[in-house]
Design a protein. Structure first.
Length: 89
């Protein structure tokens, strides 16, 4: 699955096509790209419709592939816990 935008140069397309991602990882990245801001896994789940227990285990592999990185923390209003925010690279 292509990870580059139509407007990206050829080198970005070549690099994006060389990285293997699963269908679910691709959907997580797509949601993050559409929102254009750092998101928690709860927010990614809510915006994409993908269950939280499916989103959360995708983040570390995406981080290892160099596609996302930790952006900080955000207080979850429901659980009153700090949650990691992730941004797309």
């Amino acid at each position: 699955m292509g990870l580059s935008r139509k407007t990206d140069p050829k080198t970005s397309h070549d690099a994006g096509n060389s990285i293997e991602v699963t269908e679910r990882e691709f959907e997580v990245l797509k949601t993050m790209r559409q929102r254009r801001r750092a998101l928690t896994t709860v927010e990614i789940s809510e915006f994409s419709g993908i269950p939280l227990w499916t989103v959360s285990p995708r983040m570390k592999p995406l981080e290892k592939k160099g596609l996302v990185q930790r952006a900080g923390t955000k207080r979850n209003e429901i659980s009153n816990r700090n949650m990691t925010t992730w941004k797309i690279l």
